[in-house]
Design a protein around this ligand. Structure first.
Ligand code: 5GP
Length: 113
């Protein structure tokens, strides 16, 4: 299978504006931001989507959420922010590598489109 764009970022084959990384995950700015602050948190392990995560990913999923919050704090999102995980076609997922969107820096409307 061809490498996803996120795997290429993990492997350093294409550049990204990385705001956080550790041995399990990476957070980087979205190339097409939908809010003043918009970054993605991705696991280094290739999990195609939340739908394909399993019990063995429990710890990792918790870690990704805590990283999302810590980086949001570092980015100054003290008035709140939104996390989004798009899943599959109806969910609007375009990159088949699990990722958490973190959006903030403006008042976000609800419901999303
Ligand atoms: P999805 O639609 O799968 O939930 O979100 C994929 C996100 O990845 C989109 O917001 C899109 O802008 C972002 N994205 C796609 N390609 C790249 C890239 O090469 N670099 C970065 N930084 N973001 C990307």
């Amino acid at each position: 299978m061809a490498k996803t764009v996120f795997k290429k970022i993990i492997d350093g084959e294409i550049p990204a504006n990385v705001v956080y990384e550790d041995d399990r995950c990476l957070a980087f700015l979205d190339v097409n931001p939908q809010a003043p602050i918009h970054f993605l948190v991705i696991p280094r392990t290739e999990i195609p989507s939340l739908a394909s995560a399993s019990d063995s990913d429990r710890e990792l999923l918790g870690h990704l959420l805590l990283v999302a919050h810590n980086v949001a704090k570092e980015q100054g999102l003290s008035d709140g922010y939104r996390t989004v995980i798009n899943i599959g076609e109806d969910g609007g997922q375009t990159v088949p590598h699990l990722h958490i969107h973190v959006l903030g820096g403006r008042r976000l409307s609800w419901p999303p489109g």
